[in-house]
Design a protein around this ligand. Structure first.
Ligand SMILES: [Ca+2]
Length: 116
């Protein structure tokens, strides 16, 4: 728990769409860190399972500009140096095991982490 946000995982690594469907199915969405404290909470899960996780941040119509799942500009980001690098070819975002972010193709298998 971070504030009034609960973060949960089923321990499964799947593509972005499957992860999104899973989270929607329990009334939540893919976890979207909106401040450092929330990013740290996701990182704890990522480290526990030792798997990168997709975040609820996706590239908008303008390459290199990333939005939350409501289509609003991301209010918080933690890009690794040199990221985002995909320029339209990496539409999703993964969290590394150090908590930093990388834009990545959406068809990789990444840990499902939802927020409720
Ligand atoms: Ca990248």
């Amino acid at each position: 728990m971070v504030g009034d946000k609960m973060m949960v995982t089923n321990g499964k690594a799947v593509d972005f769409e499957t992860s999104s469907t899973t989270c929607n199915g329990i009334g939540g969405r893919i976890v979207t860190p909106r401040k450092e404290e929330e990013n740290t909470a996701v990182l704890e899960i990522v480290k526990k399972y030792n798997q990168y996780a997709y975040l609820g941040i996706i590239e908008g119509p303008v390459p290199g500009i990333f939005n939350d799942l409501n289509g609003a500009p991301a209010v918080y980001t933690k890009w690794r140096k040199g990221e985002p690098s995909g320029k339209g070819t990496e539409g999703c975002v993964e969290m590394y095991t150090d908590g930093q972010w990388n834009d990545k193709a959406c068809n990789q298998n990444r840990l499902t982490v939802c927020e409720l």
